[in-house]
Design a binder for this molecule. Structure first.
Ligand code: ZN
Length: 570
């Protein structure tokens, strides 16, 4: 545990005298005492018994009035507590954007400080389903693909924890679904293992259906993991998606099963009408057959119209396919023996492909993202090399000298532990500098991209941390009565509800046609009952139409119910 020293001779003071240190006063949320103690020369960096500083508490309790005095007295936001968490982690946990901004304004790389498990503030936010703060950090240049000590990204953690909103946000920013952690597991593996059905659907929608047959390091595919955990419904859903992908080129036709059920009902009704009811009543009531056919035809037309209508989307779709990251065979882009190197090589391939095929602003942003992602893998390689060196088995390892062919950080040819350690230290410093530069330029590029799309007002709300006014997934300012539809991942203007039967939302754009559809469908159902009544009247009980009740009674008691339902001659 690091010790940052203590004030050996604290000056007594009226309110501050009750506290042993500035950290203790901040822990009691006594801002006056903290300010008084600071003015009397108490050190701002003193840690309490848990290793927390006053800045930790100021960030956690949102004591905004303490931030400036503490930072002016050179309180450092990178001091870890006993769990390795810095004030930056605590600010992220309490969604305190003001503290995050104040603490990292000089050096945004502080946003990527790591705790004992290698968790950054970004990964911690993914674990706690706090995507608005993640959006703020994203716009400051934080990498989407930051990895913890096990190589797990924010997307993998959100999938593991079942944080649907964060998964949707990460997918809307194109967080990679193909990345594998140390165990070779993708985000889909984690979601399948935990049985998070909705999250697996979100992942498959952007292309993870191609990962269903991809084994992890222990040889288990997402389907096998779900099977092992007894998630039978999920296994069936996976197989259904594979069949649909084979037949229609996409994992499913509708977002849910109700729309398919609706089509099934309609098909059953039409068959029943065409082969049973209509032949029975056509001779006497041709107009009834015609009317029901027209009603059903119109209902179906309106259903299709509602299915494809724009319910009043506030923004274009932000969640897009990631097929460009897949490669020809997703299983072959990962080498169990060299998990980090193989993923770096794949990252390079995707980047080269992108450079050769695209030009323009959005691909430029993509290029920067991919370049930044390579640093995450390089960090893992450095960590591995350091670990091997500590274990005394790293010397002479053919994999450790170079971190990627294009940007070697460690030169080959150092074979004694001392010089190797010095090399690693230098490489770490170089990598930090590169990460910082990449983060700064990427933060600027992301903001410029957002402004180019007309997101100025949205940006000002996010900068202030006023997240209630915006939707960070759609990147839009909320309109009056607009709502984010989680099933579709988009905001709808004056949203009424998401209708599973039409597999679409009902909002300002399609509420009239939806109302007409529902009315017409109701009329169609009622008219169907009417035709069934006619069928019984004309065919089953023809005696009623002839007005003879005694004949009807006779036909019922004798079992003779007309030509249609007479028992077949044996
Ligand atoms: Zn939205």
């Amino acid at each position: 545990m690091k010790s940052w020293g203590s004030n050996s001779n604290p000056t007594p003071c009226s309110s501050g005298g009750r506290y042993a240190s500035v950290a203790d006063a901040a822990a009691q949320q006594n801002t006056e005492a903290v300010i008084e103690m600071l003015s009397q020369g108490h050190r701002a960096d003193i840690q309490d018994s848990d290793g927390n500083t006053a800045l930790h508490y100021a960030a956690w309790f949102r004591l905004d009035s303490l931030l400036t005095p503490l930072l002016e007295k050179r309180a450092r936001p990178d001091i870890p507590n006993n769990s390795g968490e810095c004030a930056v982690h605590w600010a992220a946990k309490s969604s305190n954007v003001m503290a995050l901004d104040a603490m990292t304004r000089v050096n945004r790389a502080l946003l990527s400080m790591r705790d004992c498990d290698g968790f950054t503030a970004f990964i911690v936010s993914a674990q706690t389903d706090n995507c608005p703060v993640m959006e703020w950090m994203y716009l400051k240049g934080v990498s989407l693909e930051e990895q913890d000590d096990q190589g797990r990204t924010a997307l993998q953690w959100a999938c593991h924890k079942g944080n649907k909103k964060t998964v949707q946000w990460l997918l809307s920013r194109s967080a990679s679904i193909v990345h594998r952690d140390r165990e070779g597991m993708t985000a889909l593996h984690w979601a399948a293992m935990q049985g998070h059905t909705i999250i697996t659907e979100m992942l498959m929608e952007v292309g993870a259906v191609d990962l269903l047959d991809v084994p992890d390091c222990s040889g288990e595919t997402p389907i096998e993991l779900a099977m092992r955990k007894n998630k039978r419904t999920l296994v069936m859903a996976f197989h259904k998606c594979q069949i649909f992908k084979l037949l229609f080129g996409r994992p499913h036709l509708f977002q849910n099963n109700y729309a398919s059920l609706f089509l099934g009902f309609v098909a059953f009704n039409i068959i029943l009408f065409a082969f049973v009811v209509a032949p029975g009543i056509a001779a006497r009531n041709p107009e009834a057959v015609m009317t029901w056919s027209i009603l059903m035809g119109l209902s179906l037309l309106l259903w299709v119209q509602c299915l494809y209508s724009d319910p009043g989307w506030l923004q274009p779709r932000t969640i897009n396919s990631q097929s460009h990251l897949m490669g020809k065979d997703p299983a072959k882009t990962f080498d169990v023996e060299q998990p980090i190197e193989s993923q770096m090589a794949h990252c390079d391939n995707v980047l080269q492909k992108l450079i050769s095929t695209c030009d323009g602003e959005a691909p430029q942003l993509m290029k920067l993202e991919l370049e930044q992602n390579k640093y995450n893998y390089q960090r893992q390689l450095l960590r591995e090399a350091r670990k091997r060196l500590e274990e005394g088995c790293g010397l002479g390892d053919p994999r450790s000298p170079a971190l990627g062919e294009s940007q070697p950080l460690i030169a080959a040819g150092f074979n004694d532990a001392g010089s190797r350690q010095a090399q690693l230290d230098r490489a770490t410093v170089t990598l930090h500098e590169r990460e910082r530069a990449a983060g700064d330029s990427l933060g600027r590029a992301r903001v410029e991209h957002l402004l180019a799309q007309g997101g100025g007002e949205y940006l000002s709300f996010v900068e202030k941390g006023d997240f209630k006014q915006v939707c960070v997934i759609c990147r839009t300012v909320r309109e009056f009565r607009s709502h984010h539809v989680k099933e579709q991942g988009r905001c709808v203007h004056r949203m009424d509800h998401y209708c599973p039967w039409i597999d679409n939302s009902v909002g300002l754009g399609n509420q009239r046609s939806f109302f007409v559809f529902v009315t017409l469908m109701f009329a169609t159902v009622l008219y169907f009952y009417y035709t069934v009544f006619l069928y019984f009247f004309d065919t089953v009980f023809p005696e009623i139409s002839r007005g003879s009740f005694s004949e009807l009674l006779q036909s019922v008691t004798s079992g003779s119910l007309g030509a249609e339902v007479q028992p077949a001659p044996s």
